[in-house]
Design a protein around this ligand. Structure first.
Ligand SMILES: [Zn+2]
Length: 420
């Protein structure tokens, strides 16, 4: 089973936009109120062992426990005191509290690996950008979707731009309404029960190792490389330019607001282009290979300094997530390997070939091979994955070893469709 999310643009009328804006603002205030209540309760009951009990004893009235259930129960009172909240669909308000509860638990309780999330934040005006209808197309659900029309309780019917149909075999789970810089969207989560079984290891016909990097987007163990797309650099330059322009304006002025909107639009554009590019690369890999190996970025991140952990890590992270989703959908295997030393080890003889970041060629003095350094990493990554699943190693392709200074060949995947 897997969950897919599809995002569609919706076309609300002016009145509906006003309603949805009001909901977002009310939900934002309620979020802040509920968060404040939790923090307050935490402060008053926190007891430090090394302190004298007089200091740590709660002063004044001992607060009742504040949790999701108490806050959920208090919704009735909220609606009595602030009748505007009656206008919001009840389940939507509950989900708002559930979201806070989730963020809170992430902060308070470490997960399996001992990691904890940051403290949930108070949201400034405009920072709450979405609300949820948790049930779709069920009897008495708040949201119904049929034939390109989204019908929301208390908001009415909104037409949807159906740029792609909802696939068969999916159950609609929930509907999130999102406000973005260029308009409104609805995001539908779907549960798929038709995902194929994973391919058994002994039926694998092709496998690849990929090395993600700063210079090229990725390099495969077959010596193919995908370049970092041009559009990305262009859009990033324009974004930086616009951000500089914005910083020159007087904060809060009309021109500042205009520049701010432009920055938001460029961000959105960049995110979309990147996502489309990531899907292109993922589909290309999944159409060629049954098993795809890559470095475990969690380990890689830990091994490096804070400074070196750049924005690229985030971009790779989102690419690897997309790759995973595409592969799972096709029943293909993804194998994460330990990244330690993949760029230093010689794929051919295993000797350590130390190199600096500027050395672009792996030249092994022990066995004499010379190939692109990322290609060498790609083969090492593949071999580690094959070892992990128990298949014979790939290495030692004579055609690689014989030729000096082997260069990778760049593949062309076409350019993205989004225009600025
Ligand atoms: Zn060697």
């Amino acid at each position: 089973m897997m969950i897919l999310t599809y995002v569609y643009r919706i076309k609300p009328n002016t009145e509906q936009v006003a309603t949805m804006e009001r909901w977002l603002e009310l939900l934002r205030r309620h979020w802040n109120y509920a968060l404040g209540q939790r923090l307050d309760c935490l402060n008053r009951t926190r007891c430090q062992i090394d302190r004298c009990s007089i200091v740590s004893e709660p002063i004044g009235e001992i607060p009742q426990t504040v949790n999701y259930y108490s806050q959920q129960a208090a919704l009735k009172e909220t609606k009595r005191l602030f009748p505007e909240y009656v206008q919001i669909y009840a389940e939507t308000q509950q989900v708002n509290l559930q979201r806070l509860n989730k963020a809170w638990d992430k902060w308070r309780k470490p997960d399996k690996t001992g990691k904890r999330g940051g403290r949930p934040r108070f949201k400034k005006q405009g920072q709450l950008r979405s609300f949820v209808f948790p049930r779709v197309n069920k009897s008495r659900a708040g949201a119904h979707i049929k034939d390109g029309v989204l019908k929301l309780s208390r908001i009415g019917e909104i037409s949807v731009v159906m740029h792609r149909p909802i696939p068969d075999g999916f159950t609609l789970k929930q509907c999130t309404i999102i406000k973005k810089a260029d308009g409104w969207y609805c995001c539908r989560s779907m549960l798929d029960d038709s995902v194929p079984e994973l391919l058994p290891v002994d039926e694998l016909k092709s496998a690849v190792g990929i090395d993600v990097g700063l210079e090229k987007f990725l390099t495969t163990s077959d010596g193919e490389a995908v370049a970092i797309p041009q559009f990305y650099r262009k859009a990033a330059d324009r974004l930086a330019q616009t951000q500089r322009a914005m910083s020159r304006r007087v904060k809060g002025s009309k021109n500042w607001e205009k520049a701010k909107q432009k920055v938001a639009l460029l961000h959105l554009h960049l995110t979309r282009c990147r996502k489309e590019f990531h899907y292109q690369v993922a589909h290309w890999l999944c159409s060629k290979y049954d098993l795809i190996a890559h470095e475990d970025l969690n380990i890689k991140g830990l091994a490096r300094t804070k400074l070196a952990k750049s924005i690229h890590d985030a971009a790779w992270g989102s690419f690897l997530e997309i790759l995973q989703a595409v592969a799972v959908k096709r029943g293909l295997l993804i194998e994460k390997v330990n990244p330690r030393g993949t760029s230093i080890e010689c794929f051919n003889c295993g000797s350590r070939v130390e190199k600096s970041l500027s050395d672009r060629v792996h030249h092994c003095s022990s066995c004499g091979v010379a190939i692109d350094r990322d290609w060498n990493s790609g083969i090492n990554i593949l071999n580690r994955a094959l070892l992990a699943v128990g298949l014979p190693l790939n290495g030692c392709d004579q055609s690689i070893i014989d030729i000096e200074d082997q260069q990778v060949s760049f593949v062309s995947l076409g350019s993205p469709h989004h225009n600025l």
